[in-house]
Design a protein around this ligand. Structure first.
Ligand SMILES: *[C@@H]1O[C@H](CO)[C@@H](O)[C@H](O)[C@H]1NC(C)=O
Length: 333
């Protein structure tokens, strides 16, 4: 197992570009969101994530895993997937029943929401770090570390009581530990390998410029849009010549529907300083050929002025000439 890990690690982390491309993918986690609306009505949502790419859903009606990618199974056999499904079904049923039965003991008032995240991460030394955290109503509630349950300060005495309760269920704790420490790393390595071609695919970004809402009088907001790229790491900066503009504001990298990414990078400038600025995009798919878009606002104003004034001038010139000639003829006659 250790050898396999190190070998895969060496492959994943050898070439510089590949390393950057895959670093954000070296964790797998599942997310649970359980909304308890009233004493009988509860909604469970589950999902599985490779880094920040969702690769599994959970159909809570049929109690089955939804494989969102052709390679979402990783190196698990169909039987292993069925086993996991059974495990999650039993878990959700038991979890909901336990919470509903004990809601008054723990003074839980409907409606409330419980969130959980659990998984493992491959670290740069080749070791795995596993994690499990739960939140209540968006606040930290408890976590698992070093084989035991730790109540979060925000969880108060309620979290302490629940941790004490969980610790009594030795069998469940062992199963969870096994999943986090053994199953998760094995699955992560398998799925990184199975999805390699897809995860490493290089898709070039498109970029365009627009003007945002004016931030304050006399200022412009220049917006550089970069879309459709894969993998996720990207460098986008507003520049004046070769000089990076430190006031550049970078948005979040957002997912497009087709598994590519979108980023918006803005710069507020005094209107007269917009000329000469450009947006530069570096991405692994571009092979060193950065995209550079020049802010054309001042040029386009120039063109508008030219397009309006030049014809007016020509017409004016004709009138002047015409009047001049008439005037000259009248003078002669
Ligand atoms: C829970 O909410 C559902 C949907 O609003 C409703 O049909 C049901 O009667 C409620 N149950 C209780 C016990 O309030």
């Amino acid at each position: 197992m250790l050898l396999l890990t190190l070998a895969l690690f060496a492959v994943l982390f050898s070439a510089g570009d590949t390393r950057d491309a895959l670093r954000w993918l070296t964790s797998f986690h599942v997310i649970q969101i359980s909304s308890f609306f009233n004493s009988t009505w509860v909604q469970n949502r589950g999902s599985g994530w490779l880094g920040d790419m969702q690769i599994h859903g959970w159909d809570s009606d049929s109690g089955s895993i939804i494989l969102l990618k052709p390679w979402s199974k990783g190196n698990f056999s169909n039987d292993e997937i069925l086993e996991m499904e059974e495990l999650f079904r039993v878990y959700f049923l038991g979890f909901v029943r336990e919470i509903q039965e004990r809601s008054s003991d723990f003074q839980m008032e409907y409606p409330f929401e419980i969130q959980g995240i659990a998984g493992c991460e491959l670290q740069s030394g080749g070791a795995f770090q596993s994690f499990l955290m739960a939140g209540l109503g968006g606040l930290d509630f408890l976590s698992f570390k070093n084989y035991s349950c730790w109540p979060a300060p925000e969880g108060g005495t309620r979290a302490q009581k629940i941790c004490a309760l969980i610790s009594q269920y030795k069998g469940i704790c062992d199963t969870v530990e096994n999943l986090l420490i053994k199953t998760c790393p094995r699955y992560l390595m398998g799925v990184l390998d199975a999805g390699k071609a897809d995860l490493q695919k290089q898709v070039k970004p498109e970029a365009w410029l627009s003007q945002g809402p004016n931030p304050r009088p006399g200022h412009l907001q220049l917006v550089c849009h970069v879309s459709g790229f894969h993998p996720k790491p990207v460098w986008v900066m507003w520049m004046r010549g070769e000089q990076e503009q430190p006031e550049t504001q970078r948005g979040d990298v957002l997912p497009n529907a087709d598994d590519t990414w979108y980023l918006q990078v803005t710069l507020d400038v005094a209107a007269e300083e917009a000329a000469g600025l450009s947006c530069r995009v570096k991405h692994s798919s571009l092979g060193g050929q950065d995209i550079v878009l020049h802010w054309g606002h001042s040029i386009s104003i120039g063109w508008i002025i030219l397009a309006v004034i030049l014809p007016s001038l020509i017409i004016l010139l004709f009138f002047v000439l015409w009047f001049y000639r008439r005037w000259s003829y009248e003078d002669i006659l």
